[in-house]
Design a protein around this ligand. Sequence first.
Ligand code: TRP
Length: 334
Amino acid sequence: MIDGKKVLFSGMQSTGNLTLGNYLGALKNWVALADEYECFYCVVDEHSITVRQDPAVLRKRARALLILYIAAGIDPDKACLYYQSHVSAHAELAWILNCFTYMGEMNRMTQFKDKSAKHADNINVGLFAYPVLMAADILLYQADLVPVGSDQLQHLEICRDIAQRFNNIYGDVFTIPEAYIGKAGARIMSLQNPEKKMSKSDENPNASIYLMDDRDTIIRKFRRAVTDSEGQIAYRDEQPGIRNLLDIYCACTGKTPDDAVAEFSGRGYGDLKSAVGEIVADTLDPLQKRCAELTKDKGYIDSVIKNNAEKASFYATKTLRKVQHKIGFPDRIR
Ligand code: TRP
């Protein structure tokens, strides 16, 4: 708890181009959460280097992501928006937690298996220990809640296990975090394979809508979206492509699937695709403009980066010092 509010932590990587899925599935919900909770939204650049990065690109994208958080409507005076690498407590706590995590536990992580298959030439120790750094992120702020996608639930589970293990030995040091399951968080699927989540690392650029795509590109990608041969617009498991288009439509308009189905009843797939393309373009247009404006306001963004890193450090260091003392590191001389 901070000032009587529950603490909520989440983070995103700045690698790759963020997609409509990242926006509708995560970022858009983060905005509202900041009214209710004490939120820390981190740009997890330390996680990014588990895969080889071009330094200039990484730096540029990290800043773009932080700007996107603000452009999406998160008020940086309320929620703490910062870079993981600016708060050294993350790496320090991660080291300590490494010593409370078993190889066997990490070996079971499905994301590690997937990523090591994908980057077979660079299966580094950081990639292996990735979930431990993520646990440190969360535990440093004594977070009560963590909004994560289903692909990260296994990591959150391990975080809870590590925290519980630590508390069992040293007393109540860490708050045990829980997954925040939002109100029907939109799960946006690939436009080319609606059985698969829309992903920023998809090789097929037509599979994803990138947040910076222009209107024509958006419309064209929706026109090419994979559907089915049923020929009727219904919201059901048997028609995952149509259902995904309806989900996107609903996430952008706030309508329910029933309303959307009624609206499109008797109309063709082409109509639905154009309508979804238009509404997505209308949704992203103001976001893109705001990003462009904020990007120009260097002084303001720099001040957000500096102030919020200090705020994050304040809370993180408090937890870190407690942990260091508990495990027997010599106290600092003041
Ligand atoms: N691993 C998360 C992802 O790839 C990002 C992340 C890092 C995170 N640390 C976190 C998410 C802490 C929630 C809480 O999506």
